[in-house]
Design a protein around this ligand. Structure first.
Ligand SMILES: Nc1ncnc2c1ncn2[C@@H]1O[C@H](COP(=O)(O)OP(=O)(O)O)[C@@H](O)[C@H]1O
Ligand SMILES: [Mg+2]
Length: 296
């Protein structure tokens, strides 16, 4: 069995490279040869009737990039991607994620999608801020649809702050969201592999409403309640994810509220907080899935 691990060529965070290396290590321990590829987009050309690449034909690709074009091309060529093109694409866009989860019995913060502005010189209207506040109350959370590590997530305490954030994000896809105040700066990250929650940690930030490690959050192991487990596993199944990290907020009475779903959740932090060998579990799942699919 031969696998490829795709990573983004511009990756700066060493976490992502570490992620690929940890997985490679665990695949190798199981006798599966894998190669980490960062330049896949330069090694495939699409033409009218086929796509030509000099990459070896693998049994599977662990897709740690989020580039939706590349994943589509490789899937079209018959490759088995973990996670699939569709699953990664939906998770990469927070608005698409909420739309996919809506109506499926999953609770998430009430959300209003921002109208996309195509020109920088056009003005935001004050009445739009009023409308958003009337839907969601203050404070309002604003999120860039494509963002991670807490970088594109803002909190507006009043209308003026909301307007100024709206001006700043108007040409990027974004959304507005009800603020969940129950446990400030705390969320629960659950890793789900093959439909089963295998590790979970709580992230706590005393200095910011965003619990991300990149914003100063610290991680500690947490016992999952049956409700948290069920919601996390259900999100993975609805979104068709082989592997993911589901972020959950606390509602009243410890009710799980889905904050977001990460198709490429980092392995390092959760492994050190919980002692669970997440990379091994994922490698085992990939190998078993490929074996099962080959027998079909
Ligand atoms: N609606 C919300 N209410 C309260 N806190 C939130 C809300 N949305 C996000 N947060 C906080 O901000 C953090 C980052 O938001 P998230 O949607 O996960 O974006 P990112 O992809 O940048 O991690 C979350 O982990 C959580 O701590
Ligand atoms: Mg998050």
């Amino acid at each position: 069995m031969k696998g490829l691990i795709f990573i983004n060529p511009y990756l700066v965070p060493s976490e992502s490279v570490y992620q690929a290396e940890r997985l490679k290590q665990e695949f190798n321990k199981k006798g599966v040869d894998v190669e980490i590829i960062s330049d896949a987009s330069m090694r495939i050309a699409v033409q009218a009737d086929s796509a030509k690449t000099d990459l070896p034909k693998p049994d599977f690709i662990v897709y740690l990039d989020k580039d939706k074009y590349l994943s589509k091309v490789f899937e079209k060529g018959g490759a088995r991607l973990f996670n699939s093109h569709n699953a990664v694409r939906i998770c990469d866009d927070k608005a698409e994620t909420y739309i996919a989860l809506a109506g499926r019995g999953i609770k998430f913060p009430k959300t209003v999608f921002g109208a996309l502005c195509y020109r920088d010189d056009l003005e935001i209207k004050e009445e739009w801020a009023d409308k958003i506040i009337s839907h969601l109350n203050l404070p309002v959370i604003v999120k860039e649809s494509y963002g991670s590590m807490g970088k594109g997530v803002y909190k507006a305490e009043n209308k003026e702050e909301l307007l100024s954030i709206m001006r700043a994000v108007k040409t990027k896809p974004h959304l507005f969201q009800e603020y969940i105040p129950t446990k400030k700066g705390v969320d629960v990250r659950v890793i789900v592999i093959g439909g089963v929650a295998v590790a979970s940690m709580q992230r706590i930030n005393e200095n910011d409403f965003r619990s991300n490690v990149g914003q100063g959050g610290r991680c500690e192991k947490v016992e999952l309640s049956p409700r948290f487990r069920q919601v996390a596993e259900r999100c993975a199944s609805i979104l068709g994810l082989d592997y993911c990290g589901v972020d959950l907020l606390y509602g009243d009475d410890e009710e799980p509220i889905v904050c977001e779903v990460n198709s490429n959740a980092f392995i390092g932090g959760i492994e050190s907080a919980t002692g669970v060998n997440v990379a091994e579990l994922y490698a085992k799942y990939v190998i078993n899935t490929i074996k099962a699919e080959k027998q079909e």
